[in-house]
Design a protein around this ligand. Sequence first.
Ligand SMILES: CCCCCCCCCCCC/C=C/CC(=O)SCCNC(=O)CCNC(=O)[C@H](O)C(C)(C)COP(=O)(O)OP(=O)(O)OC[C@H]1O[C@@H](n2cnc3c(N)ncnc32)[C@H](O)[C@@H]1OP(=O)(O)O
Length: 253
Amino acid sequence: MAVDNDGIAVVTLQRPPVNSLNLDLLQAMNNTFDDVAKNKSKGMILTSASPTVFSAGLDIMEMYKPDPKRVETFWVTLQDMWLKLFGASFPTAAAINGHAPAGGCLIATSCEYRVMLSGKFTIGLNETALGIVAPTWFQDSLRHTIPTRQAEIALTTGKMFTVDEALKVGLIDETAADKAEAIEKCKKFIKRFDKIPSLARGMTKQIFRQEVLKKLLTNRQADTKQFLDLVNQPKVQQSLELYLAMLKQKSQK
Ligand SMILES: CCCCCCCCCCCC/C=C/CC(=O)SCCNC(=O)CCNC(=O)[C@H](O)C(C)(C)COP(=O)(O)OP(=O)(O)OC[C@H]1O[C@@H](n2cnc3c(N)ncnc32)[C@H](O)[C@@H]1OP(=O)(O)O
């Protein structure tokens, strides 16, 4: 992960090849979000070092034949990442310079503003298409971003939006021709708050988001147990094995 700081922190996800979210990357993100809060940055922009993938979502390898302690830590760290990002008092924006499926879409929808590169990229919560259920807080992040009816249809169909579709439904706010332009547009959004007192801004955002945050905070243990019960089912392990093989086969073509 690289962080540039000119008052606005540009945080670049840098875990080749596809920025899949494993325990180490999630821990690094959490430490970075804490630093951004401590350094009193004007705001934070999340982007990716890959030219084609913003983030491929959760690292499937963390869930396949997992070590019991590590997989629990993985999930709790993912919850922490979402609580910190969705609940950040500082302004947040995503310069989405590539595909953003599942957990990649979660990161983007946890930010306040999204600029995505025009091109053949897709974004969405595709969990149902994979035969899994997006956790409540994943769903909440999408419902918080696009109209409820569109969110329900997208979630139940596992829809991956093209850039044009995402713009139309409000899943992204703007498009950009390249990464530099996406970052500039995100900076422009963050600079809108230059004349707004940051305490009032931050508290207003937290009040606006508190219902959704509270849902996970009060249900954390149950959410973790549900995940662990699911991931340890032999049938789920079988599906993960098949999915990994399919991904490998596709990447070798
Ligand atoms: C059937 C699944 C059952 C799961 C059950 C889980 C039970 C518990 C679930 C509860 C949690 C629910 C929440 C889940 C949220 C998630 O985020 S799940 C992850 C979903 N992500 C995806 O489905 C994305 C998969 N990846 C892609 O579609 C593509 O890789 C891409 C569009 C992002 C990029 O395409 P491209 O640039 O062509 O790269 P590839 O050649 O496909 O991949 C390169 C390389 O990376 C490996 N890889 C890709 N994604 C992941 C990943 N998410 N985790 C781990 N590894 C990944 C891919 O296999 C290639 O590896 P090799 O080079 O072949 O070694």
